[in-house]
Design a protein around this ligand. Structure first.
Ligand SMILES: C[S@@+](CC[C@H](N)C(=O)[O-])C[C@H]1O[C@@H](n2cnc3c(N)ncnc32)[C@H](O)[C@@H]1O
Length: 277
């Protein structure tokens, strides 16, 4: 199959950036070439020019960009990833928010896992919530799990995981919240029912505007694929999505400080978290 020219790569990466917020540098051209080839095969195209044309001018409902997005996102994830951060959530932030709510007579808690991939992160949060706050079953608790990649969302909804995904789950949790089925594990119904999967492009302004009234947002290991401009747009939206007193958690290597001063940086145990005051 013919390779994309420099100009074609330029047009394609510009479209990807504008529509998904994902920033692809030139060193990723080989990776993109291979993904485009898969789409061209599926569409029966042989000339990359036709594919670039399709993406730029003949994709009115975004279906082809979505099919490409399903191939070019990085979906690496596993349960209990970045354990220390989850400890800060479980030991301090979650009890604090719950106690404020209890003092106000509120019984509703909303958590958003933004860029949830195949669901390991939202199910981890569901396990922690049940463990830290057994009364959650009497509350209206919801974990909304969103991603742009439809294949990952479908995997998440199946709630079935293999060793790679569950390798860091503490033994007691494994027993309590997952059930072994052959060589895989299924998230138990009570835990799984706390999680609702939804398709959302974090770069879609309208979709982001609909996400409101969250007490916690986890957007870990997602913004690293954005450039500063799309990162700032996403973080500004997250600010509006959070309730006052709520927290946002990014991945270890990610920092909001450089792109937004709206959040307050707090030290929780050994960890730094961002709060909306
Ligand atoms: C590396 S995974 C992180 C999964 C999980 N948050 C974790 O930390 O383990 C990054 C996820 O972000 C999603 N993603 C990338 N760009 C996105 C966008 N514009 N809108 C929504 N999700 C996006 C990808 O599809 C991928 O599943």
């Amino acid at each position: 199959m013919k390779e994309l020219s420099g100009d074609q790569f330029g047009k394609l990466t510009q479209q990807i950036y504008q529509r998904l917020g994902l920033h692809f540098e030139e060193k990723k051209n080989y990776f993109l070439q291979k993904r485009v080839e898969r789409r061209m095969d599926a569409l029966g195209l042989t000339d990359p020019q036709d594919y670039v044309f399709r993406i730029c001018y003949a994709d009115p409902n975004g279906q082809e960009m979505q099919a490409l997005a399903n191939l070019i996102t990085t979906n690496e994830t596993y349960m209990f990833r970045e354990y220390e951060q989850l400890e800060a959530f479980a030991n301090c932030c979650l009890p604090e928010v719950l106690s404020v709510k209890q003092s106000r007579g509120e019984q509703k808690l909303r958590i958003w896992s933004a860029g949830c991939s195949s669901g390991e992160e939202p199910y981890t949060l569901a396990m922690i919530l049940q463990e830290v706050f057994p009364q959650s079953q009497y509350w209206n608790c919801e974990i909304v799990a969103t991603d742009i990649d439809q294949n990952m969302l479908a995997q998440g909804a199946r709630a079935r995981y293999w060793w790679r995904s569950i390798r860091d789950v503490p033994a007691a949790y494994l027993e309590k919240y997952l059930v072994k089925d052959g060589d895989s594990y299924i998230v138990r119904e009570k835990t799984a029912s706390l999680v609702r999967f939804e398709h959302l492009n974090l770069h879609d302004r309208m979709g982001m505007r609909a996400m409101r009234n969250f007490d916690f947002i986890f957007c870990r290991n997602v913004l690293i694929y954005f450039d500063d401009r799309s990162r700032k747009a996403a973080v500004d939206n997250f600010y509006n999505s959070l309730n006052r007193g709520g927290y946002i958690f990014l991945g270890h290597s990610e920092s909001i400080g450089r792109i937004s001063s709206a959040f307050k940086l707090k030290r929780v145990e050994t960890h730094l978290v961002y709060a909306k005051e």
